[in-house]
Design a protein around this ligand. Structure first.
Ligand SMILES: *Cc1c(COP(=O)(O)O)cnc(C)c1O
Length: 378
């Protein structure tokens, strides 16, 4: 292991990642292959180590990213993999798409034509169908109309259409209304695929499962399970359990730099939002919002010190924050504290932290900043 500055760091467990992949394989039918979603630096976990582990140890052959820069990076880590760009690449980069043998997601018919016009080689692509997410893709009233436009796009010279895909908006909800919404999204894309096949165009693949669908409505008709958040062991939505065996891959740690006793009336941090109402022991911790530990956790977040929860007092600063360690008399400078992860019998997950300030675990892990070294453990 490389030496690193023991100030604020994230421990990423590649062993946990490997076990999560096995759990996800157990959810999928034999028709469905995992397409590992490693956009945004593998959800903040570090794409190099995540992709190499998935490709070399887990036998993952397909990856999804958000843009061309991420795709080219992944190509370097997994030379033989299939790589799908889920979002937009400006057509002037058509040459790079074919040069790196990337599969481009197609956001519209107009975009398909622009790519084909700008290309030099052949552009491999999967065409997005907007079945209810309202973000990208062909949008039609009926599957037959959609299939007709697809057939036309399949005829564009220089474009190799290898599949169609769609994205679910509420697959992470168990309300009956949302379940039927997702049913309709799924029905639309499968009907479109079948209508196109009837017109004589049998595409190699169709895919629609994200993490939530993989957990709660797995279908053999999706040739890929585009698994993102569950691979990292977090919940698509905190209110629904995820399958047993999926565990968080990332922990976030920092150290106590200083411990002091304060008297009633003493203020802590910017804005004097906190003042002691009794004698207290306050510890300063070496992490702040510039590390991606949100300032919205001021006065609210909890941190594990020697296995006990300690509340943040006052505002989170850019590089430091203060916690109440009155109930942990042994706390002292140099102690390693846990902001995300397990310490003794207690555990704070990224999902829990997210719920404290009104976001989702995805944003917490993606938001851990570049300043925080990722340390890889088994
Ligand atoms: C990000 C993304 C995914 C992965 O979503 P998770 O909820 O993390 O599984 C799948 N498909 C598309 C199109 C995405 O943009």
């Amino acid at each position: 292991m490389k030496p690193y500055l023991k100030r604020a760091w994230a421990e990423v467990s590649l062993g946990t990642l490997r076990r999560n992949i096995e759990v996800i394989r157990g959810l999928n039918s034999p028709e469905t292959e995992i397409m590992a979603v490693v956009k945004a630096d593998a959800y903040g976990h570090g794409d190099e180590h995540i992709v190499r582990t998935l490709a070399e140890d887990c036998g993952i052959r397909c990856f999804a990213v958000s843009n061309l820069d991420e795709a080219i990076a992944v190509r370097g880590f997994a030379p033989n993999a299939e790589i799908l760009i889920l979002g937009y690449t400006p057509p002037e980069y058509a040459h790079e798409i074919s040069q790196y043998n990337i599969i481009q997601g197609v956001v519209s018919g107009e975009y398909a034509r622009a790519l084909a016009a700008a290309r030099q080689g052949v552009i491999r692509c999967h065409i997005a169908i907007d079945t209810g997410m309202g973000r990208i893709g062909l949008k039609h009233g009926t599957p037959r109309e959609c299939a007709e436009e697809l057939k036309e796009l399949c005829g564009i010279e220089g474009l190799s259409v290898e599949g169609i895909f769609t994205h679910f908006a509420v697959a992470d909800s168990d309300s009956p209304d949302n379940i039927s919404y997702t049913d309709r999204q799924q029905q639309f894309i499968t009907d479109t695929y079948d209508a196109l096949a009837e017109m004589g165009v049998k595409l190699p693949c169709m895919h629609f499962m994200n993490s939530a669908a993989t957990c709660y409505r797995n279908s053999p008709r999706s040739c890929f399970s585009r698994a993102g958040i569950i691979m990292y062991g977090l919940h698509p939505d905190i209110s629904l359990d995820i399958p047993a065996g999926l565990e968080p891959v990332m922990e976030l740690k920092a150290v106590i730099s200083h411990v002091k006793t304060v008297q009633p009336g003493d203020c802590i941090s910017y804005g004097r939002t906190f003042s002691a109402d009794r004698e207290m022991r306050i510890a300063t911790v070496t992490i702040g919002y510039a590390d991606g530990y949100s300032r919205l956790l001021s006065g609210k977040g909890e941190i594990l010190v020697r296995g006990k929860r300690c509340r943040i007092v006052g505002r989170v600063c850019m590089d430091q924050l203060m916690i109440d360690v009155s109930d942990v008399p042994a706390a002292r400078a140099g102690d390693i504290v846990t902001l995300i992860g397990r310490d003794g019998d207690d555990c704070i997950t990224a999902d829990e932290l997210a719920s404290v300030y009104g976001t989702i675990g995805y944003e917490v892990v993606c938001g851990i900043s570049k300043r925080v070294p990722r340390i890889y453990v088994d």
